[in-house]
Ligand binder design. Structure first.
Ligand code: NAP
Length: 372
């Protein structure tokens, strides 16, 4: 019964434009009918971290253009928490295996797969979820090779944070060498990715974080200045660090609290990228986040602009562009994910609590141990 419901769930979730072809959904339906089983963390209902349950579910088989990957690590992202809570604008049907990105080793390939073979270390992007599990299937278009220079834990974090940081800074804000960037909320996955990308492009970067460990991670990622966003006068400090010229670009991870403040920090013709909000967002028409106070005049003075950024807007062509950029960043040595904490797969609920209750320090990852 559970297996059957999972079939329906997975097929209903194949909405992302990368996997929108009907054949892909059919492949998933067929491949999920295996009698072999694996462990995975599923949610059957929305709620707090304790709705995450370790369960036995059918082990998937790859369709023609898919690879089957033995998962070694699965990244935890804020979107997983939003979906678990039932507080996301586009909610998949339950039950569901959460998890939008994994790293592991290819154990089987579909007969039309050309780019990968058994034994390859890979990163898989799973826009349709399914990562908190011992095995995952992924279309070869959404897989990229994992360098030996990165651990599996690091490899499992190359998609969500780096893709959205790239989209915010390069696709939307078109950052230029010599410009200044403020990463408002820089100690988490997106913030650290953004710092590394901006430094690789020759920007001066200031990042904010609440904890000492978070600020250390911000500096280690390459930021020129780290400030404490829990201090009352931190905006003065942030502005002063530009020589009172303001920032050319601001990447905002907590826009419901900070958008109004960002407008006051902007330089002439500055750009703001809204990447995240802390509150919940039940639908795009009825946000449950508290409204932020904005002075529109500050945008007139600077002729600044605000970009909304979403991973679901990434086109197939952009997907290829972003994954090439990330792969070359790893090879060149400047792109190095920072893993703050690892949990076993069976403790996914503790991993979610960690993200809610403690200041950020890089990425949180579920490590998957296999019996053989
Ligand atoms: N648009 C998209 O497609 C997309 C994709 C990925 C992520 N996101 C969103 O982007 C945001 C960041 O994701 P993440 O993976 O980096 O999450 P994360 O690892 O949990 O990090 C959250 C960051 O926000 C900071 N923060 C918390 N409260 C803040 C405040 N009042 N002012 C400034 N910063 C604050 C945290 O700093 P401290 O903990 O040090 O306070 C930390 O740096 C989340 O809202 C996430 O949902 C959006």
């Amino acid at each position: 019964m559970l297996g059957f419901t999972l079939l329906r769930t997975v097929s209903q979730n194949l909405r992302n434009n990368l996997t929108s072809e009907p054949k892909c959904a059919l492949q998933f339906l067929r491949t999920m009918s295996s009698q072999e089983f694996m462990k995975a963390v599923i949610i059957k209902e929305h709620g707090g971290p304790d709705v995450l349950q370790l369960a036995e579910v059918p082990k998937p088989k790859p369709g023609k253009t898919e690879v089957l990957v033995k998962v070694h690590a699965a990244a935890v992202n804020p979107v997983d928490l939003f979906i678990r809570e039932g507080a996301f604008m586009s909610l998949p049907t339950l039950p569901l295996i959460l998890g939008k990105e994994v790293a592991g080793v290819v154990t089987q390939v579909g007969n039309e797969v050309e780019r990968f073979q058994e034994g390859d270390r890979v990163t898989c992007c799973l826009p349709w979820d399914g990562g908190y599990s011992e095995y995952a299937v992924c279309d070869q278009k959404c897989v990229f090779p994992l360098s030996n220079q990165l651990s599996f834990a690091q490899g499992s974090t190359l998609y969500v944070s780096y893709f959205v940081a790239y989209r915010a800074l390069i696709t939307k804000c078109q950052i230029q060498s010599g410009e200044s960037l403020f990463v408002h909320g820089a100690s988490g996955g997106v913030g650290i990715s953004a710092i590394q990308i901006a430094k690789s492009r020759g920007l001066t970067v200031c990042g904010s974080a609440r904890s000492t460990a978070g600020r250390e991670a911000v500096l280690k990622a390459g930021a020129d200045v780290a400030i404490d966003h829990s201090k009352t006068n931190y905006l003065v400090e942030a502005f002063a660090s530009t020589g009172s010229k303001g920032y050319n670009v601001i990447l905002e991870n907590c826009a419901d609290s900070n958008l109004g403040k960002d407008l006051m920090l902007l330089a002439p013709r500055g750009r703001i990228a809204i990447v995240g909000t802390k509150g919940t967002m039940k639908t795009s028409k009825m946000p449950s986040v508290s409204p932020t106070l904005v002075n529109p005049r500050s945008l007139m003075y600077t002729e600044g602009c605000i970009h909304g950024v979403t991973l679901t807007g990434v086109t197939k062509e952009e997907f290829v562009e972003y994954s090439r950029f990330i792969t070359s960043g790893v090879e060149e040595g400047w792109l190095r994910p920072h893993i703050g904490k690892e949990f076993p797969l069976s403790q996914a609920n503790a991993a979610h609590r960690q993200m809610i209750e403690f200041p950020a320090n890089g990425k949180i990852v579920l490590v998957v141990k296999h019996d053989s």
